[in-house]
Design a protein around this ligand. Structure first.
Ligand SMILES: C[S@@+](CC[C@H](N)C(=O)[O-])C[C@H]1O[C@@H](n2cnc3c(N)ncnc32)[C@H](O)[C@@H]1O
Length: 533
């Protein structure tokens, strides 16, 4: 027995490993419990490392299975997003002229007594009281410029009064130098910094640089939290250390109480970097890279961005238009980091025909325009778009994926009778769409458990309905077994989603459906005399 397998409390032999860090052992539950107060301060399944290119990042110090929780943490600070309609400054939900009260001290609208007393509201309340006159918000439902200052003001308050939180915020990346000379920096200077320093009369306490540095910290480290409508922004200490990857190995979600929850999205080995996706994984490589450069100041060169086929999915590929050729066109690389550099020609993988990047971009822009003009919430225009654009784009192309995803969710929700009201063709189309999109997501974004969960949830219902329609109890038995297996996967994918979000509601429904399927399977079993489980 090595020292590692000795109880850290009594040094006797131990065989119970701490399930958090897997680094210390205990001989009994009692000793684990008695050590927790000390151990919890260091119990982490990751460490912070530094690298010349990506800066600080997290490295796993043990293996993880998909779905295992890696981290759960409360925000250091939260506040409204920069562009927002008036929201309650206690709880973050949108307010309107019939549903608010001005805070009795400062005048900023809140939704009631409890929110007025919320500790989150103290900073802007105190700074408004000190300036000598109350805030008056009288227009609701449209973006209100005064709210641009709130989250930054809350950070400044920490700097002035609460050094514990400020020390943590102050350590975060702000990209101040890179931000200079950007239009966003100029806007932050003229709109946020000037407003804060002048309106709140804070020029003797903070400089313009102080404010702009905080704008950078919020920009680079803020997470949009969709728990309220509209979403709010929050900054978390350790979560800020996750690096980006377009095929991230971790999945980010939030609890109903606003904690961020990071889970393993794939199997992770000790020593692997832990990553989340800072951008939309269902955007094409060019758009993802530009978005990351503009918002987080780095050109992504992850495995997915470096491979023009995007891991064999051809997510950005165009169909070759040469007659009789069924190849796909792609450029030799998407890793262009300079807008002055001429982008290379696209080439067909089969017949080697080439086309200029300019011509391809033109075609993509036109398809993108058609997509924007597509009526939302109707399946017929979506079907027509797919039929037309499949002549130009790979089936997995991001534009087609976008519309195929929408169509997969629309079929069965357009008529009052739901799936039973759909034609056989539509049901089969829905099943094919859900299955192929779920497979695509597993390759491109294995950490995206929410989108995969939604697709598989729709798939289980479609498979069950197809089984019912077959009129054959053996087929029905088979279909229900299949639907049950899919539902079990959905439950795993969505089990940590907050109840306030659609995915959390689907998780609850999923548990109900699993029970119901078992009941129906019992009846089917009686008919066919077979064991359904
Ligand atoms: C939220 S911070 C992550 C922590 C940061 N590395 C630090 O040291 O504070 C985001 C910044 O980390 C860097 N970063 C994250 N992922 C990266 C990646 N895949 N490649 C290059 N830089 C990355 C970029 O500078 C980005 O703006």
């Amino acid at each position: 027995m090595t020292d590692d397998t000795k109880c850290v409390v009594c040094n006797n032999s131990a065989n119970q490993k701490c399930s958090g860090c897997h680094l210390v052992y205990y001989c009994s539950r009692e000793h684990q419990k008695s050590d927790w107060k000390t151990h919890k301060k260091i119990c982490k399944p990751y460490k912070i490392s530094t690298d010349g290119e990506i800066g600080r990042h997290l490295v796993a110090t043990r293996d993880f299975k998909p779905g295992e929780i890696i981290l759960k943490e409360a925000p250091l600070i939260w506040g409204p997003t920069q562009e927002t309609v008036p929201v309650c400054l206690g709880c973050g939900v949108a307010i309107n002229e019939n549903k608010y009260k001005p805070c009795s001290k400062c005048g900023w609208p809140v939704c009631g007594e409890i929110c007025e007393k919320s500790p989150s509201h103290i900073p802007e309340c105190q700074y408004t009281v000190s300036r000598g006159s109350k805030m008056c918000i009288s227009t609701f439902g449209t973006i209100h410029p005064s709210y641009q200052c709130i989250t930054v003001l809350r950070c400044l308050y920490q700097k002035q009064f609460l050094s514990e939180v400020w020390k943590k915020l102050d350590l975060l990346e702000s990209h101040c130098e890179e931000r200079k000379n950007t239009s966003k920096y100029e806007k932050d200077r003229t709109v946020v910094a000037q407003f804060i320093l002048t309106f709140f009369k804070l020029r003797n306490i903070f400089t313009e640089e102080d404010v702009l540095r905080i704008c950078g910290i919020v920009n680079v480290n803020g997470h949009e939290v969709p728990l309220t409508s509209p979403p709010y922004v929050a900054i978390y200490e350790t979560t800020s250390m996750f690096e980006h990857n377009c095929r991230a190995n971790c999945n980010k979600t939030f609890t109903d109480k606003g904690l961020v929850l990071i889970k393993a999205g794939t199997s992770i080995k000790k020593g692997d970097h832990l990553s989340i996706c800072y951008t939309d994984p269902l955007w094409g490589t060019v758009n993802r890279r530009h978005h990351l450069y503009e918002s987080k100041f780095f050109w992504c060169s992850c495995k997915r961005c470096s491979d023009v086929t995007e891991l064999g999915t051809y997510f950005s590929a165009m169909r070759c238009q040469s007659s009789e050729c069924n190849g796909y066109l792609l450029p030799p690389t998407f890793l262009i980091n300079n807008s002055n550099e001429k982008p290379p020609n696209w080439r067909c993988s089969k017949c080697c025909a080439t086309s200029t990047a300019h011509h391809m971009q033109d075609l993509l822009d036109r398809i993108g325009q058609d997509l924007q003009e597509l009526p939302k919430g109707e399946s017929s225009p979506a079907k027509a778009f797919i039929q037309t654009c499949e002549k130009y784009l790979h089936t997995n192309h991001y534009y087609l994926t976008d519309v195929r995803f929408a169509l997969s969710q629309l079929i069965g929700h357009e008529n009052q009778r739901g799936l039973p009201g759909c034609s056989d063709e539509d049901l089969e189309l829905k099943a094919r769409l859900c299955q192929s999109l779920a497979n695509l997501l597993k390759i491109l974004a294995p950490g995206e458990s929410r989108a995969r969960g939604l697709l598989l949830y729709e798939l289980h219902a479609t498979v069950a309905e197809l089984g019912r329609r077959s009129g054959d109890p053996y087929n029905l038995n088979f279909a229900l077994q299949e639907a049950k297996k899919i539902l079990q996967e959905v439950a795993e994918l969505l089990k940590n989603e907050p109840e306030t979000l659609q995915e959390g509601k689907i998780y609850k429904q999923c548990l109900k459906n699993l029970k119901e399927i078992d009941v129906v399977l019992m009846t089917v079993h009686k008919t066919i005399g077979d064991t359904p489980f």
